[in-house]
Design a protein around this ligand. Structure first.
Ligand SMILES: CC(C)(COP(=O)(O)OP(=O)(O)OC[C@H]1O[C@@H](n2cnc3c(N)ncnc32)[C@H](O)[C@@H]1OP(=O)(O)O)[C@@H](O)C(=O)NCCC(=O)NCCS
Length: 164
């Protein structure tokens, strides 16, 4: 059966929490000094509030349901417009975060989520969707984004002081 992509509902919150934790797990494996496992209660609160009290423009939260299981999600988070004094063009922009449960990866769910999210966002007047991806991400994230039409516009080193 082909997975269906739909807006998240309140009864999806436990699945959304599971997906956020799956994302944390993957990222913590990449870089423990940069990523963390958020508190489950904080994640639950965030998704519950977001779905039950949607703000006027709080982006888009899509899930992929495969035979009754919520197997993936894509979250588009609008970025605030640059203040008048800055030089960035005031293009409506959003960031996208996508995760698919490990057992469901490699079946096209990630690309279905992204394509649906881009189409929905474009129809709402958004013109730029950006994201940062770790070049060492071993789950095929870079390839996935390229496959749905995104291109790398920048490739920069992340500089830090060593932990103080
Ligand atoms: C990245 C992620 C969302 C991809 O989801 P997915 O459902 O597996 O992706 P798809 O099956 O739609 O794959 C789309 C393309 O990505 C590439 N891809 C997917 N998995 C891959 C892998 N393990 N290795 C290399 N390329 C891969 C393939 O090119 C695939 O295209 P193809 O089917 O034509 O070969 C998923 O692996 C994931 O949740 N990873 C952990 C969280 C994460 O890193 N998110 C991204 C944060 S920036």
């Amino acid at each position: 059966m082909t997975p269906s992509i739909r807006p998240a509902r309140l009864d999806d919150v436990p699945a959304l929490v599971r997906l956020r934790m799956a994302n944390a797990e993957r990222h913590a494996m990449l870089n423990r000094s940069h990523y963390r496992f958020p508190e489950v209660t904080a994640v639950q609160r965030y998704f519950t509030d977001r779905i039950s009290r949607p703000a006027e423009d709080d982006g888009l939260l899509l899930v992929a349901e495969d035979a009754g299981t919520v197997a993936g999600m894509s979250e588009l988070v609008p970025l605030s417009a640059p203040p008048d004094h800055q030089i960035l063009l005031p293009v409506r922009r959003a960031e996208i975060h996508t995760v698919v449960l490990e057992a469901y990866r490699g079946k096209g769910i990630g690309s279905m989520l992204l394509k649906t999210a881009f189409a929905a966002f474009h129809s709402r007047g958004y013109r730029k969707v950006t994201l940062g991806v770790d070049s060492e991400n071993s789950t095929g994230a870079v390839r996935l984004y390229e496959q749905v039409g995104m291109t790398a516009v920048n490739d920069w080193p992340l500089l830090e002081f060593p932990p103080l």
